[in-house]
Design a protein around this ligand. Structure first.
Ligand code: NAP
Length: 244
């Protein structure tokens, strides 16, 4: 589906790889002014080569203060995709404090303060906006060794609903997209072992993992005015996995 985002500035975090990279390119194709933020320069350089119209920004969102300062300089941001995240799989009895702090910092805390900076600016300017937070099927069901990741994403779902409830009256919608496995760098880390992938695919009613485009299509829909009545939604893009 084609959208017209001309006149809109979009920020995609974690746009160096995977779903974020695909989303940044799709937004550019639909006329948005796109800012791609990520933390590995070579990923941003290759993205810029593929899509020269994209503005690239090197930043590590775990440094929240610097990221917020940066975002204040990039404002106004009408469309925000909080996509950057990390996964670390550990059995519950072996969870480390370091992994817990890192995942909560990047997957949850950074999203809150990036969104706050973007929304504060929009409200001051009296502009509408749309924010899409990339959650996961893992926020809705348990998966082996996913405790910390799942907890960060479940927190993200409630953060999004709370943001949507407070910001909706100010013209800013907030929704989450909750994908099943996509074989990006992160997806391969969790699911490239056929002994794990096979049983997982068998539990997905459509019988396969998702493609990057199938996630970015939904992100663009939620960013667009076509979804003007959708706010505070937690939307699985999982082929039915979380319903089974
Ligand atoms: P990915 O291939 O690992 O890409 C993630 C991107 O985020 C990378 O460019 C990464 O940069 C960047 N990033 C991570 N931490 C960052 C930080 N602190 N500051 C700035 N950039 C950072 O992951 P993906 O599969 O595309 O995942 C995208 C989103 O979908 C995530 O929120 C993920 O949790 C969610 N998701 C993924 C799947 C899946 O199966 N793939 C399923 C459900 C949900 P570096 O590579 O340089 O670290």
């Amino acid at each position: 589906m084609a959208y017209d985002f001309s006149g809109k500035r979009a920020l995609v975090t974690g746009a160096g790889k995977g779903i974020g990279r695909n989303t940044a390119k799709a937004l550019l194709q639909c006329g948005a002014e796109v800012i791609a933020l990520s933390r590995t320069q070579s990923d941003l350089d290759s993205l810029k080569q593929e899509a020269p119209g994209i503005q690239i920004v090197l930043a590590d969102i775990s440094d929240i203060k610097s990221t917020v300062t940066l975002i204040e300089k990039l404002a106004p941001i009408h469309l925000l995709v909080n996509n950057a995240a990390v996964a670390k799989l550990q059995p519950f009895l072996e969870i480390t404090e370091e992994a817990y702090d890192q995942l909560m910092q990047i997957n949850l805390k950074a999203t809150l303060f990036i969104s706050q900076a973007v929304a504060k600016d929009l409200v001051q300017r009296g502009l509408p906006g749309s924010i899409v937070n990339i959650s996961s099927q893992a926020s809705l069901v348990t998966l082996p060794e996913h405790t910390v990741y799942s907890t960060s994403k479940a927190g993200l779902d409630m953060l999004s609903k709370s943001m949507g409830a407070e910001l909706g009256p100010k013209g800013i919608r907030v929704n989450t997209v909750n994908p099943t496995v996509v074989l990006t760098a992160m997806g391969r880390y969790g699911w490239s072992d056929p002994a794990k992938a096979g049983p997982m695919i068998a539990r997905i009613p459509v019988g396969r993992f998702a493609e990057e485009e199938e996630i970015s299509d939904v992100i663009l829909y939620l960013l667009s005015d076509k979804s003007a009545m959708i706010n505070c939604a937690v939307l699985p893009v999982d082929g039915g996995f979380t319903a089974t």
